[in-house]
Design a protein around this ligand. Structure first.
Ligand SMILES: Nc1nc2c(ncn2[C@@H]2O[C@H](COP(=O)(O)OP(=O)(O)OP(=O)(O)O)[C@@H](O)[C@H]2O)c(=O)[nH]1
Ligand SMILES: [Mg+2]
Length: 230
């Protein structure tokens, strides 16, 4: 049952059992899933490295790590970037079973990518054998403008927030709109007691060397980014 919702800067988020069962662990694993080309890697790249790449490189699987320091309290986010183009059932199953929370991305310009999110969500709930899994649905590429939207915000938002009780964030990795908001919302859904502030992102710019070279098709690898936030 949906017990609360709020609208903050382009995001409307449902949260089940708000305030209950607070998580205080210092390491958190978030898996980012969605159809090919919707902007999963672009979102992670903006969040951790303040970069947007126009060129499209298909991901196989990539693990990123962000270390956050909140007034002396440490939080490590392991962010798993998955493949939209390839279907590796065993990898997907493992990713789901080992993750605490999920960011499911679709492109507002591609209605079929919302269907992909619907199917992924069902698979996650089935694998986790629970309907109370922290999930945030991201409507990415809002910069394409209303005339290029294939799915109206009001439609998607009501499915996600009212029917599913999950978090919903409208974002643009290209224009860096609401990217921090995605991760704030997933932590909120997960009842993790941290607040990511925009200041996090400015400080992160001082460590660009942590971003390795990209290959044309990225294979499984791990990236680490340290940042502090107050
Ligand atoms: N206009 C626009 N383009 C975007 C945005 N985010 C990503 N793109 C572009 O969309 C293409 C695909 O982005 P990726 O981040 O590689 O997509 P992906 O979901 O990781 O794709 P796979 O790794 O194949 O699953 C690239 O050309 C990006 O530049 C956005 O917010 N707006
Ligand atoms: Mg990718």
């Amino acid at each position: 049952m949906l017990s609360g919702s709020q609208s903050v800067n382009g995001q409307l988020c449902g949260q089940k059992n708000a305030g209950k069962d607070k998580k205080d662990k210092s390491r958190y694993r978030i898996t980012v899933m969605g159809a090919a080309g919707v902007g999963k890697s672009a979102i992670i790249s903006q969040f951790l490295y303040d970069r947007f790449q126009e060129e499209y490189n298909q991901t196989v699987e990539e693990l990123h790590q962000g270390d956050f320091d909140f007034n002396g309290m440490k939080l490590t986010l392991d962010i798993l970037d998955t493949a939209g183009a390839y279907s590796f059932p065993a990898m997907r199953q493992l990713a789901i079973s080992t993750s605490d929370a999920f960011v499911l991305v679709y492109s507002v310009a591609d209605e079929s990518s919302f269907q992909a999110v619907t199917e992924l969500r069902e698979q996650i709930l089935k694998e986790k054998n629970s309907d109370d899994v922290p999930i945030v649905i991201v409507a990415n590429k809002v910069d394409v403008g209303d005339s290029n939207r294939a799915l109206e915000r009001v439609t998607a938002e009501s499915i996600v927030c009212v029917e599913w009780g999950n978090g919903y964030v409208e974002a643009s990795a290209k224009d860096n709109v609401n990217i921090v908001g995605i991760f704030k919302e997933i932590l909120r859904q997960s009842k993790v007691q941290y607040a990511l502030s925009p200041a996090v992102r400015r400080r992160r710019q001082s460590t660009p060397a942590a971003l390795p070279q990209k290959k044309k098709v990225q294979s499984r690898q791990t990236r680490t980014q340290r940042q502090s936030c107050s």
